[in-house]
Write a protein that binds this ligand. Sequence first.
Ligand code: FES
Length: 140
Amino acid sequence: MDWNFEEALNHYRNQGAPGDQTAVVQFLKEVQAQKGSIPKWMLTRAAESWGCKESLFLAYIRRLPSLRLEDSHTLELCGSVNCGRRDDLADFARALCKQKGIEFRLVPCMRQCGKGPNLRFDGRLHTGVTRQMLEELLNQ
Ligand code: FES
């Protein structure tokens, strides 16, 4: 029998989702097992169906490294003095990533200190980063 997303939604609602953590995590694992990763539209649909916020699912996905959003982006910000610690850039980047469902990591020095603040977005290095540049980058 083919897997049916709507049936899965109903099944895990009957298991206590979205209030029950275990049911939510099992739901996310099942979606990933069926699809290879978790499509964003399925989170939107689940939030709509269960009457909760999509950010609930994103929080679980961030906490459990085995879960992966489909086409998810990763932002790695150098957390050293010349970069992420300058102008509270790390706090700003973290909040922006959270809002957009982008994985955020604070990483050690990228050895480009003279060009900081530095970050990698999906592996590509960006130097001399400002808050405005960050907003533009994450809005693409
Ligand atoms: S301090 Fe950021 S690259 Fe070295």
